[in-house]
Design a protein around this ligand. Structure first.
Ligand SMILES: Nc1ncnc2c1ncn2[C@@H]1O[C@H](COP(=O)(O)OP(=O)(O)O)[C@@H](O)[C@H]1O
Ligand SMILES: [Mg+2]
Length: 431
């Protein structure tokens, strides 16, 4: 089967690796990603929203199935472009991806269909509405409705310190977007639950915990995600009922979208928080997480190409995972996230990575004269799995030493010390 993958980063590198095992991989990306290119039969370098070029290239190559990975391209309707070339697609349409690119749509849809797990929220369009919401809730979170690359949400007590700070940020957003989302601030541990959906059925992957903050011990600014771990069916701070609640919220969402005539086919990602009052939905993404994709794809035991085909045909097949623990760590350029140092040469010792027992996926890099260079975004991810989390973490750490360049990473992700912090936080909530 000929599959086309659209997108290029470490997440897409991991997807490409899986797809190329059992299908002929074709890929479309803006700039050549050396890792994905080497796994592909052919590569089209162009802006994926260039409908004419994309459609004629896919027709010429006889592509049968399409998968669009990054959020920005889903919002731009690249899945619809692929579908218009006559192929089957396993990623959401622009309209279905709205569950991610319009946080107001997501919240309102769930409210209308009485889906559980919603925090108190209000889509506001004036400072007066924001003040009224503030009067009802001690602490709030302010969110732009649209995509911000993980950099738009501000939380009281962290980024906003007074009610005036909240109102100032709201008015800044109102000027830009005319609307903003306010939510009650929740306390708890977060996890990501990714699921395959054919528009009707849902099949969840192992839950993963991401680390958004830049520095050790969750200090510093928010990033695209510095690394993540998984531990089989449940995370160390989770109970089975938490997983069941999250699954049920996601299934109700899939049902609601189908009832609205806007079925969701592809990867649905629920960002959840386990609180004193049960599992709450923080947000939806319409795609794999980055880094979380790498955790789950490492332990996937079903061919990804077959799963995607079954999604596209509306007949989701059963999906299996091993119960191994996984650890992913991102190496990022000096100065990241504010000012990542770009155009620096890096070198990867693949033999050493292999000896460590892990693997590496290239992120935002480019190739020139056979050498790999940084951009200002996340450079490369190292990933490892093992029956023991401790061992998987050690393997991942070992891999970081095999990559040379002006890069840094978080050595604490997946370590026993940080895991203990998570479980203690959960215990303090006194559930
Ligand atoms: N209601 C909330 N209460 C507490 N923290 C929140 C809440 N909503 C979001 N956050 C924090 O902000 C982060 C980003 O919010 P999210 O809605 O996932 O937006 P995005 O990923 O688009 O930036 C979350 O991972 C969480 O840490
Ligand atoms: Mg998020």
């Amino acid at each position: 089967m000929k599959i086309v993958l659209v997108g290029s980063g470490a997440r897409e590198h991991a997807i490409a690796e899986q797809l190329s095992k059992s299908a002929s991989l074709y890929s479309i990306m803006e700039k050549k990603h050396p890792g994905i290119a080497s796994l592909s039969q052919e590569v089209l370098l162009c802006n994926p929203t260039d409908k004419e070029r994309v459609v004629s290239w896919c027709r010429e190559k006889g592509i049968e199935l399409g998968f669009v990975s990054p959020d920005g391209l889903l919002e731009k309707g690249v899945t619809d472009i692929l579908a218009s070339a006559g192929m089957k697609v396993a990623s959401p349409s622009r309209e279905a991806a709205r569950i991610e690119w319009d946080k107001g749509y997501a919240r309102t849809l769930l409210q209308k269909h009485n889906v559980a797990g919603l925090p108190a929220f209000k889509v506001v369009s004036s400072a007066e509405e924001a003040s009224a919401f503030l009067a009802q809730h001690k602490e709030v979170v302010v969110k732009p409705l649209g995509l911000t690359g993980g950099k738009g949400v501000r939380v009281m007590g962290e980024h906003l310190h007074t009610e005036q700070d909240v109102l100032d940020y709201v008015s800044e957003l109102l000027k830009k977007d005319k609307q903003a989302l306010l939510e009650e601030k929740l306390d708890g541990e977060e996890f990501s639950l990714q699921a395959f959906s054919d528009g009707e059925r849902l099949s969840v992957m192992p839950p993963v915990q991401d680390h958004k903050r830049a520095f050790v011990n969750d200090a510093g600014p928010n990033t695209g995600g510095m690394g993540s771990y998984s531990t089989g069916r449940l995370l160390p701070f989770m109970e089975l009922k938490d997983l069941e609640e999250a699954k049920s919220i996601m299934q109700q969402t899939i049902d609601a979208m189908q009832a609205e005539g806007n079925p969701f086919r592809g990867i649905l990602y629920g960002g959840f928080m386990i609180t004193r009052d049960g599992v709450k939905l923080i947000e939806y993404n319409a795609r794999f997480g980055d880094p979380e994709a790498m955790n789950v794809l490492m332990v996937l035991r079903t061919q990804l190409s077959e799963i995607l085909q079954s999604i596209a045909e509306g007949k989701l097949i059963p999906v299996a995972f091993s119960t191994n623990c996984t650890v992913v760590k991102y190496l990022v350029p000096e100065g990241y996230p504010e000012n990542g140092k770009k155009d620096c040469r890096i070198s990867i010792d693949n033999k050493a990575i292999w000896e460590c027992g892990g693997k590496t996926f290239l992120g935002s890099v480019y190739e020139s004269d056979g050498q790999i260079y940084t951009t200002s975004s996340r450079t490369a991810a190292v990933a490892a799995q093992d029956a023991s989390l401790e061992r998987a973490e050690e393997k991942a750490e070992c891999c970081t030493r095999a990559i040379q360049g002006p890069l840094w990473h978080r050595p604490d992700i997946g370590t026993p010390l940080l895991i203990r912090k998570r479980t203690e936080h959960m215990r303090r909530l006194n559930r």
